[in-house]
Design a protein around this ligand. Structure first.
Ligand SMILES: Nc1ncnc2c1ncn2[C@@H]1O[C@H](COP(=O)(O)OP(=O)(O)OP(=O)(O)O)[C@@H](O)[C@H]1O
Ligand SMILES: [Mg+2]
Length: 345
C-alpha cells in the first residue's frame, strides 16, 4: 500500500487559471488548487461538468499554462521550465482522452509507433516496442487495423499503448472511459490497474463517474467550481463523505444490494450502519438483539467493493422501547460502527 509519508511526486501549489473570452468575460476555472500525488498511486479527480477537471489535469504537463501557482514533479519545477526542457519533461507523461484522438490515417501499429518516431528511435527499436505495447494491451492481432475498424474499447487500448510507448512515469487520463459502455469501461479500468501494478506508472484519472473512482483509485480529490472541496483516501470518502458533492456522487452510484423503500413508522427509527468489510455487520446485529432485546429489521444491505478495501452499509429499522433502542445504538457505536439515524419519527 502507498506510504503517504514517503515522497510526493507531483505537487501542485496554489494553482489558478483564469480564462478571458474574446468578449471580455472572465472565467475562474481554477481558484487555488493544492494537491500531492504520490509515487505509484492511482489518483482520482472527480467533479461535475465545468468544475475544472480537464483544466487542472492539463496544467500538470502545461498543455494549459496556469495563471499562477507551481507544479513540481520529482523536485523539478515544471512551471519554470523553458520550451526545450518542458518538451523533455512531457516525454515522461502519457495522456489519454475520452475520444481517443487516434490518427485515422494510420493503423494501430502506426499510431503506437508515432511518438517513437518523434523521438527518433530506430526502425528496429520501434518495431520491438510497438509489438510489446500492443501485446500489453491485448491487441496483437489488431496491429494492422485502422481506427475505423476498431471498437471504442479497442481504440482506447491503442491510445493506452501509444501513451505508454515512451515509457512514461505518469499517465494522465481525461474521461478515458466516458464514451464506453459499462462492460468495456470495466475492462479498460482493469487494464489501467494492471499498467499501474506491473509497470509502476502513476495514474491520474479525471472523471465524473464515481464507479471509476471506486474501481481503481486509492485516493481522490473532489473538485467543485475550481476548488478542491474534499480529498483523501477513497475508503474515507465512501465511509465518511464530508462534502455535499461527495454525498451526491455517492448517492448516484448503483450499489449491490439495491435501495430500500424506507418505512416511516412512528417509534421505529431507521438507521444506516457503515462498517468495514462484508462480514462485520450481521454478527454485530445479532449480538445487539441478544444483549438488549431490541428488534432489528434489515431493510437493505450494500457492499462497495473499493479498489483498496470493502465498505459495507446496512439500512435497519429498530423496534422496541425508546431506551432499548438508544442502548442498542450505543452498543453498535461502541463496536466502532457508524450509525446514522435517518428517520426518527
Ligand atoms: N479555453 C477556454 N476559454 C474559456 N473558458 C474555458 C476554456 N476552457 C475551459 N473553460 C471554462 O473553464 C471551466 C472549467 O472547464 P473544464 O473543461 O476544465 O471543466 P471540466 O470539469 O473538465 O468539465 P467536463 O466534465 O464538462 O469536461 C468551465 O467553466 C469552462 O467553460
Ligand atoms: Mg473535461
Amino acid at each position: 500500500m502507498l506510504d503517504m509519508g514517503g515522497t510526493r511526486m507531483i505537487q501542485l501549489r496554489g494553482i489558478t487559471k483564469t480564462y478571458t473570452s474574446p468578449d471580455g468575460t472572465i472565467v475562474e476555472a481554477l481558484r487555488g488548487i493544492d494537491l500531492d500525488i504520490g509515487d505509484g498511486e492511482i489518483f482520482g479527480i472527480i467533479g461535475l461538468s465545468g468544475a475544472g477537471k480537464s483544466t487542472l489535469l492539463r496544467t500538470i504537463n502545461r498543455l494549459e499554462e496556469p495563471t499562477s501557482g507551481t507544479v513540481v514533479i520529482d523536485g523539478t519545477e515544471i512551471t519554470s521550465l523553458d520550451e526545450r526542457s518542458l518538451r523533455q519533461a512531457r516525454r515522461g507523461m502519457g495522456m489519454i482522452f475520452q475520444h481517443f484522438n487516434l490518427l485515422s490515417s494510420r493503423d494501430a501499429a502506426g499510431n503506437v509507433a508515432f511518438p517513437l518516431e518523434l523521438e527518433g528511435k530506430s526502425t528496429l527499436q520501434i518495431a520491438e516496442r510497438v509489438k510489446n505495447m500492443l501485446s500489453l494491451v491485448g491487441l496483437s492481432d489488431k496491429a494492422h487495423s485502422y481506427p475505423s475498424q476498431l471498437s471504442g474499447g479497442q481504440k482506447q487500448r491503442v491510445a493506452i499503448a501509444r501513451a505508454l510507448a515512451n515509457e512514461p512515469k505518469f499517465l494522465l487520463c481525461d474521461e478515458a472511459t466516458s464514451a464506453l459502455d459499462p462492460k468495456t469501461t470495466r475492462s479498460i479500468l482493469s487494464l489501467l490497474a494492471e499498467v499501474n501494478k506491473t509497470l509502476g506508472v502513476t495514474i491520474i484519472v479525471v472523471t465524473h463517474e464515481m464507479n471509476v473512482i471506486r474501481e481503481i483509485c486509492s485516493r481522490v480529490a473532489i473538485l467543485e467550481n475550481g476548488r478542491v472541496v474534499e480529498q483523501g483516501s477513497v475508503r474515507d470518502l465512501f465511509f465518511n463523505p464530508r462534502s455535499r458533492t461527495a454525498r451526491e456522487f455517492l448517492a448516484k452510484l448503483p450499489r449491490t444490494g439495491g435501495e430500500a423503500d424506507l418505512p416511516h413508522e412512528a417509534g421505529k427509527p431507521v438507521a444506516v450502519l457503515s462498517f468495514d468489510g462484508e462480514n462485520a455487520g450481521l454478527p454485530l446485529i445479532s449480538q445487539t438483539v441478544k444483549a438488549t432485546g431490541v428488534d432489528i429489521n434489515i431493510l437493505a444491505g450494500a457492499i462497495d467493493n473499493l479498489y483498496v478495501s470493502r465498505v459495507g452499509t446496512l439500512t435497519v429499522q429498530f423496534e422496541g422501547a425508546p431506551e432499548v433502542i438508544a442502548a442498542s445504538l450505543e452498543m453498535i457505536r461502541q463496536a466502532g460502527v457508524k450509525a446514522e439515524v435517518i428517520w426518527n419519527g
